[in-house]
Structure formats: structure tokens, C-alpha cells
Design a protein around this ligand. Structure first.
Ligand SMILES: [Mg+2]
Ligand SMILES: [Zn+2]
Length: 191
């Protein structure tokens, strides 16, 4: 079985974008808002070199909420793959939860088992890619990422630059300042 590093996308690989309507950070919904975070591509290249699968596991309810269309998500993925390839890194797979319980798009309006904090994306990836979850890591910048990783039985790394980040009762195994720092933890074999 393979080991994986599961990666949240926004705030881990690329910057989250401030949404002035909602007054909070959100996914990018325009290609020009794709901003890879400093050091992220090199960190993924290191994950590749360590022999872990690099697997994105991300909630993307933008289509469900009418903020973007499915073609945009595909174009974004292409851009992401291209940017990583340019720096010698690659993703083995991308898993998105497209659902939202209050979706405008009726077909996506379900209480699914894959929207983090549920572990469905990780469990599906584990089945499809033959991943040993107990020897894998989930890296994310939100307590919901940690919750999904814990529920799937993975080691978890919360990205935060706070000394005592809010964890909503879901304590991560490690806190790291960015993806590069998280990969150092993984490379050291800490668990
Ligand atoms: Mg995030
Ligand atoms: Zn879902």
C-alpha cells in the first residue's frame, strides 16, 4: 500500500482570496486569482521525492453556490498542474467535494459524506489509490481539515502561524507554519 500526504488546496497550495461580499477568505474564482503560495511547489516536489502520493482533498462548493462553473474548476486544475510541473512537482490526484447543504444547484444540494470535516474524500482516495491511511498525513489550514484527517485515521498537520491556533476540539498531531514546514515534519518521520 502507498502512503499519501493529503493536501487541502486553498491556503495550503494557493492563496485563499478575500471575498468582500462575505467578509471572509474564499476560494479563487478567476484564473488571475491563482496565486501559488511561496515554497508550496518545492514542498510538493519534496513529497514526491519522499515516495508519498500527493493528493489534494478540498471542499469546492463554488459550483453549488453559483460562484463558478465546472469548467472553471477544470481550468484551475490545469493551471495548478502546469505551475507545479514548471517546478518539477506533481499531484497524483485531486479530490473535490462539490456538494453543499444549501446549494443553489439542486443536484449538488445534499448532506454528503465527503465535505470536510467528514472523511469521505480521504476514504475514497484510499480505496481508489490503495492508500494506507494510518501511515498517511492530512495537511490543512482549517480545523475541518484536521477533523477529516483524524476521522480517516491519518496523522494531521494544521498550518498556522499562531502560537495557539483555534482547533475546535480537534487537536492536530502537529502545527506547522506552512507546507514546507509540514513536509519537514513528515520527512523527519514524526508521527
Ligand atoms: Mg484551506
Ligand atoms: Zn461532498
Amino acid at each position: 500500500m502507498d502512503r499519501a500526504v493529503f493536501l487541502d488546496r486553498d491556503g495550503v497550495i494557493n492563496a485563499a482570496i478575500y471575498n468582500p461580499v462575505e467578509g471572509k477568505l474564499d476560494s479563487p474564482y478567476k484564473l488571475e486569482d491563482f496565486r501559488p503560495l511561496p515554497g508550496a511547489a518545492q514542498a510538493i516536489r519534496r513529497i514526491n521525492g519522499l515516495g508519498f502520493l500527493a493528493v489534494v482533498a478540498s471542499n469546492q462548493p463554488g459550483v453549488a453556490k453559483g460562484k463558478c462553473d465546472p469548467a472553471f474548476l477544470q481550468a484551475f486544475d490545469q493551471r495548478l498542474h502546469w505551475e507545479l510541473a514548471r517546478q518539477g512537482a506533481y499531484l497524483d490526484a485531486i479530490y473535490y467535494c462539490l456538494h453543499h447543504p444549501q446549494a443553489q444547484v439542486e443536484s449538488l444540494r445534499i448532506a454528503c459524506d465527503c465535505r470536510k470535516p467528514e472523511p469521505g474524500l480521504l476514504l475514497r482516495a484510499a480505496r481508489e489509490l490503495n492508500i494506507d491511511l494510518a501511515r498517511s498525513y492530512m495537511v490543512g489550514d482549517s480545523p475541518t481539515d484536521v477533523a477529516a484527517g483524524l476521522a480517516a485515521g491519518c496523522h494531521t498537520i494544521l498550518l498556522s502561524d499562531a502560537d495557539d491556533p483555534p482547533v475546535n476540539g480537534q487537536r492536530p498531531h502537529f502545527v506547522a507554519v506552512d507546507l514546507a514546514a509540514a513536509v519537514r515534519v513528515i520527512a523527519e518521520g514524526r508521527r
